[in-house]
Design a protein around this ligand. Structure first.
Ligand code: HEM
Length: 149
């Protein structure tokens, strides 16, 4: 474990060299990712379509936001802070690709408002890739492979 960060937002990483290189290249810090997550979920909660899906399932937003900061820290800066399983969390949700499109539109907007250009591009590319995987997982759960019998 090692701490780095030159803007006062200290960050703990299991891959300190890789994390430092990613911070350098993208301009992202733990502080910026925290701001991104908080602003993004404020928009999600206010959204007429996505808001109710989240509000029906998340009673206590504090732990969810902490988990999402850890997730983005792991994805964007390879810190290894997130230890969870996103696939099962989405498998039973009433969502189709249109919901992911809306999620991505809000995420792109927030990333561009919050992060330097390189950093925004980095998290947006990752979000698009993960949204496609989650969508396939949701579709797979809804339509199991038919039995051969
Ligand atoms: C239509 C789009 C989406 C909806 C409605 C949605 C909804 C949710 C909900 C309700 C939870 C909480 C589940 C629970 O605690 O029981 C959750 C968790 C989570 N979501 Fe999403 N999500 C969406 C898209 C995404 C995308 C695109 C990503 C990643 C880029 C993502 C990453 C996560 C992660 C990491 C968790 C925490 C899983 C865990 O460790 O428990 N979600 N989501």
């Amino acid at each position: 474990m090692h701490e780095s960060g030159n803007d006062g937002s200290r960050i703990v990483s299991v891959r300190p060299k890789m994390t430092a290189a990613l911070m350098e290249r993208t301009g992202l810090t733990e502080g910026l990712l925290t701001a991104l997550v908080y602003r993004f979920y404020a928009k999600v909660r206010a959204d007429a379509v996505l808001g109710p899906i989240f509000e029906a399932r998340i009673a206590d937003w504090g732990p969810h936001l902490d988990r999402m900061v850890a997730f983005w820290s792991s994805v964007a800066l390879m810190t290894g802070r997130y230890h969870g399983a996103p696939m099962p969390a989405h498998a039973e949700l009433p969502i189709e690709w249109e919901h992911f499109e809306r999620w991505l539109a809000l995420f792109r907007e927030t990333a561009e408002e919050t992060c330097p250009a390189e950093g925004a591009a980095h998290v947006i590319t990752a979000a698009e890739r993960i949204a496609r995987s989650l969508h396939m997982a949701v579709e797979g759960a809804a339509r199991p492979v038919p039995s051969l019998q």
